[in-house]
Ligand binder design. Structure first.
Ligand code: NAI
Length: 308
């Protein structure tokens, strides 16, 4: 199993590290545009191998895509990240050019690859990769919901004063502060609806804290987060590499599901060796449906800025 990660920055390197530590891939290739950067990150990570007990071989290259040839899965994290006060949408202009050219180089070397898009604004970048590469829709996946759901579970566990492993919950919709739809109605603590434990006001607070989860960290760190994003990407990569058939909310091309089409947005999908093996349509309440529809309108509006 060969995995390429483009962008050896905060998220790319974190994701490479988690993939290596989970020890399911034979090879991870890091690519960056900054001279020597991916090579340096790869060497540093390889020097953790004997300490962390993994056999995954990590290499780095400054833009030599021939080194990525035959990758089973490619992850795109290249581009700029937001600074405090910025929205993810403000990154569109710069990141669209980067993501488009990176996707083309990856597909040239690995025509059968599955691509995971991370660069923001992620739903729009995922749509761009669909349009620019023409790859089958099951092979292009946007990562956002897995991270947002992890942040939702963190906030739920905090409110419930319960261990995170007892908590389940999912965030669908666009990967943006306004676009996220945390499904509090379906969240559970050991199979019991969380509404049994938390007031409506407290649940609303959990929802709001989840939606601004990225912005809160950007304010604290001065740049966007990397541990949880890297771990979330590694979860998706592992589900595909190990054919786990796990359900994650991912940005997928919709063609009528949830009454939406011609956009990529976060919905629950089954991930296995073919990438997106099924889009799961859950029954949403009227309110949740309206929130998803409004989120989709915002993503579609962003998409109009793209050229293919
Ligand atoms: P970073 O600045 O630490 O790393 C980005 C890397 O991309 C840099 O090393 C840069 O040299 C490289 N790069 C730029 N242009 C390139 C090109 N043409 N080819 C190869 N490499 C290139 O940024 P960070 O924090 O790793 O974030 C990366 C992206 O991921 C950002 O757009 C950020 O907004 C997004 N992100 C998305 C998340 C999600 O849930 N979808 C979560 C966190 C970040």
């Amino acid at each position: 199993m060969k995995v390429t990660v483009v962008g050896a920055g905060a998220v790319g390197a974190s994701c490479a590290e988690y993939i290596a530590i989970k020890n399911f891939a034979s090879e991870v290739v890091l690519v960056d545009i900054k001279e020597g950067f991916a090579e340096g990150k790869a060497m540093d990570l390889m020097q953790t191998a004997s300490l962390n007990g993994f056999d995954t071989k990590i290499t780095g290259t400054t833009g030599d895509y021939s080194k990525t040839a035959g990758s089973d899965i490619c992850v795109i994290t290249s581009g700029i990240a937001r600074k405090p006060g910025m929205s993810r949408d403000e990154l569109l202009g710069i990141n669209a050019g980067i993501v488009k050219s990176v996707a083309a180089s990856l597909v040239e070397q690995s025509p059968n690859t599955i691509i995971i898009v991370v660069s923001n604004p992620m739903d729009t970048m995922t749509y761009l990769v669909h349009k620019a590469t023409g790859l089958p829709k099951n092979r292009i996946i946007g990562m956002g919901g897995a991270l947002d759901s992890a942040r939702f579970k963190y906030r739920l566990a905090e409110a419930l004063e319960a261990p995170i492993s007892d908590v389940d919950g999912m965030v669908i919709g666009g990967h943006s502060d306004k676009g996220m739809v945390p499904l509090t109605r379906l969240a559970t603590r050991n199979s019991v609806p969380v509404s049994e434990f938390l007031s409506e006001e407290r649940l609303e607070q959990v929802k709001q804290d989840t939606k601004v989860g990225g912005a809160t960290l950007t304010g604290l760190l001065g740049t966007s987060a990397w541990y949880a994003p890297g771990a979330a990407v590694s979860g998706l990569v592992q589900a595909i590499a190990c054919d786990q058939k796990k359900i994650y909310p991912c940005s997928a091309l919709l063609e009528g599901e949830y009454g939406l089409s011609d956009l990529c947005i976060g919905v629950p999908v089954v991930l296995g060796k073919n990438g997106i093996e099924k889009i799961v349509e859950i029954n949403l309440s009227k309110e949740e449906k309206a929130a998803l529809t409004s989120s989709a309108e915002a993503v579609k509006n962003n998409n109009t800025a793209l050229t293919f």
